[in-house]
Design a protein around this ligand. Structure first.
Ligand SMILES: Cc1cc2nc3c(=O)[nH]c(=O)nc-3n(C[C@H](O)[C@H](O)[C@H](O)COP(=O)(O)O)c2cc1C
Length: 362
C-alpha cells in the first residue's frame, strides 16, 4: 500500500509513512495544565506505527481552555510538560506535532480566569455559555498567543505545530459569518473574516523563522462547512484555502467525521470533500484526510480520493498498534472492548463511555 511509503513534506522533512494519529483531547491532563503520566503512556502505546502524531489540543491562552484536563501551552512554565510529550512521541519514531488551540466561545467559564470567555462576537457556545466580543487589542494579543505557544513547542523539542482552525473553535469563529459580526479589521466581509486565520498562520510562521530551522513542520486544520445559514460554505473554504496555500505551510488537515462525506453548500454541488480540497490546493501541498477510517480498505479509499496522508483517531483508540498490524497483514478490531481500555487514561475512557455511539462498541 502506498500509504506505507515515506513522504517528504514541503519543508523537506521525511515521514516514515503516511499514517497520522488524529489529535484527540484526553481530558486527563493534570489540573495545572501539565501532562499526566497516564497521557504519556497513552501516547507511548500509539507512537510506534504512525509517521506523525498530533497531540490533543493545547490551549494558547488561559481563557481558551475548553475541556477539563486539557494540556496547556499558554505559559513558559509548561515547557517541561511539553518536552515530556514531545520526547515520548519521538521515542516511538513518530514526528511529534503539538496542536495549538483556543476555545473562544467554546471555552468553559468554570475553567478560565474570572469566567471571562471571549470570541469574535458576543455569541453562545455549544454549552450555552455566552462569550463576549474581544476588543481589537485583545484579538491582536490572541494572534500573538498562538505564536508564543509555537515558540514553546519549538523550545520543548516538538517537530511541529498544527494550527487548530477547525471544529468551531476560535479561529473558525473568526472565519465564520455566523459567529463573526465584527465591524473592525477582523470582521464583516469574507475578506475581513480571513484576517484572523491568516494573521495567526503568519505569526506562527514568523516564530518558526525566528526560532526554528526549516525542518519545523507547520500544518493547519480546518472544517470545510457549517450548518448555520450564515455559517461557512465550501465556497468560503475555497477562498480560505486559496489564501492559506500562498503561505509556506507543510500540510492542510481537513476535519471530517467521515472521509466519504460530501459538500452541502457549494457552487459545484455535492462532491466528495477530500477530493475537492485536493483539487483546490497546490499539488505540492499535502492534505491529511480523516474520518471513520477503521480498516485498511477505508484508508486506501481515502487515499484514492486524494488524501496524501490518512489520519486515524478512533481506530487508534481501539487498536493502538493499528498501523503495525495492518502492515503485517493482520486483522484489526473495529469495535472497542469495554473491558480492555488499551492504555486510554481513565478520565478519557469515562468520557468516551458517556457518549453513546462515539466509539463503536462502547
Ligand atoms: C475523544 C476525541 C477527542 C478529540 N479531540 C480533538 C482535538 O483535540 N482536536 C481536533 O482537532 N480534533 C479532535 N477530535 C476529532 C478527531 O481528530 C477526528 O477528526 C475525528 O475523531 C474523526 O476521525 P476518526 O473517525 O478517525 O476518529 C477528537 C475526537 C475524539 C473521538
Amino acid at each position: 500500500m502506498t500509504l506505507f511509503q515515506p513522504f517528504t513534506l514541503p519543508n523537506g522533512v521525511s515521514l516514515r509513512n503516511r499514517f497520522v494519529m488524529a489529535p484527540m483531547t484526553t481530558y486527563a491532563g493534570l489540573d495545572n495544565g501539565d501532562v499526566s503520566n497516564e497521557e504519556l503512556t497513552y501516547y507511548r502505546e500509539r507512537a510506534n506505527g504512525v509517521g506523525m502524531l498530533i497531540t490533543a489540543c493545547a490551549h494558547v491562552a488561559a481563557n481558551g481552555q475548553a475541556f477539563p484536563g486539557q494540556i496547556a501551552a499558554h505559559d513558559d512554565a509548561f515547557i517541561p510538560s511539553l518536552r515530556r510529550i514531545a520526547q515520548t512521541i519521538q521515542q516511538g519514531g513518530a514526528k511529534a506535532v503539538l496542536q495549538i488551540h483556543h476555545g473562544g466561545r467554546q471555552a468553559r467559564k468554570a475553567l478560565v480566569p474570572n469566567e471571562d470567555i471571549v470570541s469574535a462576537s458576543a455569541v453562545v457556545g455549544s454549552h450555552g455559555e455566552l462569550a463576549r466580543e474581544a476588543t481589537t487589542a485583545e484579538v491582536d494579543a490572541l494572534v500573538d498567543a498562538y505564536a508564543q505557544a509555537t515558540r514553546r513547542a519549538i523550545t520543548a523539542g516538538f517537530d511541529g505545530v498544527e494550527i487548530h482552525g477547525a471544529n468551531t473553535y476560535l479561529i473558525q469563529q473568526f472565519f465564520s459569518g455566523f459567529t463573526n459580526k465584527r465591524t473592525d479589521k477582523y470582521g464583516g466581509t469574507l475578506e475581513k473574516r480571513l484576517t484572523f486565520p491568516l494573521a495567526v498562520a503568519e505569526a506562527v510562521l514568523n516564530m518558526k523563522k525566528a526560532h526554528a530551522s526549516e525542518d519545523f513542520i507547520i500544518g493547519y486544520r480546518f472544517s470545510p462547512e457549517e450548518a448555520e445559514d450564515d455559517g461557512i460554505t465550501m465556497d468560503d473554504t475555497a477562498v480560505l484555502l486559496a489564501r492559506l496555500q500562498q503561505l509556506p505551510l507543510d500540510y492542510m488537515h481537513i476535519s471530517l467525521g467521515d472521509y466519504r462525506s460530501t459538500t452541502h453548500r457549494y457552487v459545484k454541488g455535492e462532491v466528495n470533500r477530500i477530493r475537492e480540497v485536493r483539487a483546490l490546493l497546490r499539488d505540492d501541498l499535502p492534505i491529511i484526510g480523516v474520518g471513520s477510517i477503521y480498516e485498511a480498505h477505508d484508508a486506501e479509499e481515502a487515499h484514492a480520493l486524494g488524501a496524501d496522508f490518512v489520519a486515524l483517531g478512533r481506530a487508534l483508540l481501539i487498536e493502538p498498534q493499528w498501523v503495525e498490524k495492518v502492515k503485517a497483514g493482520e486483522g484489526v478490531a473495529t469495535t472497542m472492548d469495554a473491558s480492555n481500555p488499551q492504555a486510554i487514561p481513565p478520565k478519557m475512557f469515562d468520557m468516551l463511555r458517556s457518549h453513546a455511539g462515539w466509539i463503536p462498541g462502547l
